[in-house]
Write a protein that binds this ligand. Structure first.
Ligand code: HEM
Length: 121
């Protein structure tokens, strides 16, 4: 069973929605995200996560290969930005009633990807 099937699409969407509800008020991440396009940004991250955890490939159809390092090159992602991103995601995941064996792979993937996206020393 995929994480997508085990968690359900609605739960994955709610995690991302929860994350984006926290972004505008955040002093590190708030200024990095396009305030006028937060809904579109939420859709992109949702689509990516759904695809990555075994759901429909809509993200790939719409955006092509994720190329996440390249797509984050315009943003200054240091350790503090990475840590805050992870912190908001962990809080969103914790607010869902997920079994540990489902929450753990989601957290691990997001933590590792976030570390990989650090692009300033
Ligand atoms: C490390 C901290 C991170 C920061 C500061 C950050 C910041 C951003 C920002 C500002 C955007 C532009 C919003 C938009 O218009 O789409 C973005 C896009 C995106 N981010 Fe991140 N991000 C981080 C980590 C991650 C991680 C860990 C993932 C995946 C697991 C991810 C996946 C995406 C995706 C899929 C997009 C849309 C790419 C596209 O199709 O154009 N990001 N990110």
């Amino acid at each position: 069973m995929t994480v997508y099937e085990a968690a359900g699409e609605a739960t994955l969407r709610e995690i991302v929605a929860d994350f984006y509800r926290q972004v505008p008020e955040d002093e590190i991440l708030g200024p990095m995200y396009p305030a006028e396009a937060l809904a579109a940004a939420e859709q992109r991250l949702c689509g990516f996560i759904i695809y990555r955890f075994g759901g429909p490939q809509t993200y790939i159809e719409e955006r092509g290969h994720p190329r996440l390092r390249m797509r984050h090159a315009a943003f200054r992602i240091d350790q503090a930005a990475r840590d805050r991103w992870v912190e908001l995601m962990d809080a969103a995941i914790a607010r869902q009633d997920l079994a540990e064996e489902i929450a753990t792979p989601i957290r691990e993937f997001l933590h590792e990807s976030a570390t990989f996206l650090i692009n300033v020393g």
